[in-house]
Design a protein around this ligand. Structure first.
Ligand SMILES: C[S@@+](CC[C@H](N)C(=O)[O-])C[C@H]1O[C@@H](n2cnc3c(N)ncnc32)[C@H](O)[C@@H]1O
Length: 399
């Protein structure tokens, strides 16, 4: 056991202290707190510790609302007041960008008006009849009755799901802002599905092992005056309120343009936001159902100038013949692949709007892009409240 003082938070919201001069990451510990900790993992470079006793607590500390906070690992900042979690995220992004010596304007932060009960998607494990999440960095299941980040209709679905008495498998619960629920279950067991089991929710579809056995394998979402069809396996932002503000910001930053590239397009949301100001939008996406949704979303919203392409961005970009004056990129956490980065650097596009869910890969890509582009705007959208994850939007213009 060691008694230590927490110096600051790391990028994952863990307290940093030094135990015999070695950096030690301690969950649930805030700056300026004195804690007695035990070391749970030791490597040559760092330790991971766990609080045994708080000797002095931070005046900032608030009592967490979630009973699973200390074990689940799904959210990491619930012991801080909401405004402080935003300050943490801003400082985190600044630190990461400064490490790459990037020049950027003052970062704006867009808050989440309701930082609880916002998620429209839950991915859960089922083991020995228990439903829950895996504990952070382990395969130990934490049984969950209710997730405080999830929209209430998903918690109701979780309650109903228990009646199916599945022993082992994994389940994805999704919903729209109208509280219509879509369930995708993977299990080797025979299940006795009956829609009446889901008496507490508006069930629109049930997909069992990739096959739709009730309703539709998709739902519709209405946002920003547009209608989106979203397949059970297609990406859609998890926080509809904040996503709507993000989409609006994208639209506001698109000038009257000729050809737009929407790279990593999902069901085509950003391309659709751009389509009214563009002659042509080419979107690229790797998930087939998302591309099919995008084709339909173009028609649903009378945007017949969208041309969705199915494929891996790193292969498709090298075959593109068009010239783009605006490029939208919204890659997964690993950021841009080399081919896409090269396309952007050589594109001569007047504007790039880069949406990122990982500030580390964002900073890496911006370091390259800054050779040709200037960062005009950087906004953090608090899409993943009470977690350490950060969603950012960057507007770049050709130098
Ligand atoms: C963060 S999401 C953005 C989706 C969309 N822009 C939106 O706002 O809903 C990233 C998307 O990239 C897709 N994706 C991941 N790897 C890809 C790749 N190598 N090539 C093309 N698309 C990819 C994912 O399937 C996902 O739809």
């Amino acid at each position: 056991m060691y008694e230590v003082e927490i110096e600051r938070l790391d990028d994952q919201g863990r307290g940093i202290a030094f135990v015999e001069s070695k950096i030690t990451f301690i969950n649930m510990a805030l700056p300026k707190e004195r804690v007695v900790c035990k070391i749970t993992k030791e490597t040559s470079k760092y330790n991971v510790g766990e609080v045994i006793e708080y000797k002095k607590k931070s005046p900032l500390r608030v009592t967490e609302k979630c009973p699973y906070f200390s074990v689940c690992g799904g959210c990491q900042l619930e012991h801080l007041p909401y405004e402080e979690t935003l300050a943490f995220k801003k400082a985190k992004v600044e630190r990461i960008l400064n490490k790459e010596h990037l020049s950027y304007p003052e970062i704006e932060v867009v808050k989440n008006e309701s930082p609880y009960f916002y998620r429209n998607k839950l991915s859960l494990k089922i083991e020995s009849g228990q439903i829950g999440f895996y504990e952070e960095e382990s395969h130990r299941l934490i049984r969950v009755e209710k997730c405080l980040l999830a929209r209430p209709c998903l918690n109701d679905t979780l309650e109903d799901l228990k009646k199916l008495a599945i022993q082992n498998g994994e389940v994805l619960l999704r919903c729209n802002t109208n509280n219509e629920v879509l369930i995708a279950l993977k299990t080797k067991e025979k299940i006795a599905f009956d829609e009446k089991i889901f008496s507490n929710v508006k069930l629109v579809g049930f997909v069992l092992n990739e096959k739709c056995i009730f309703g539709t394998p998709y739902f519709y979402e209405r946002m920003n005056h547009l209608l989106f069809k979203v397949s059970y396996d297609a990406f859609f932002q998890v926080n509809p309120f904040v996503a709507s503000l993000l989409f609006q910001e994208v639209e506001d930053n698109i000038d009257k343009t000729t050809t737009v590239l929407d790279l990593y397009s999902g069901v085509g949301v950003l391309g659709l936001m751009a389509s009214k100001k563009a002659d042509k939008v080419i979107s690229i996406e790797i998930i087939k159902n998302a591309v099919l949704n995008n084709i339909e979303n173009g028609k649903l919203n009378h945007s017949l100038n969208i041309y969705p392409v199915l494929g891996d961005a790193k292969e498709v970009v090298s075959k593109l013949k068009e010239e783009f004056d605006t490029i939208l990129v919204d890659p997964p956490r690993k950021g841009l692949d080399q081919n896409s980065l090269q396309l952007l650097l050589k594109s001569n596009a007047k504007k790039i709007i880069y949406i990122s869910c990982d500030p580390f890969t964002l900073a890496r890509d911006l370091k390259e892009l800054q050779k040709v582009y200037e960062i005009k705007k950087l906004i953090i959208f608090d899409m993943f409240s009470y977690t350490y994850h950060v969603e950012s939007l960057v507007v770049l213009s050709l130098r």
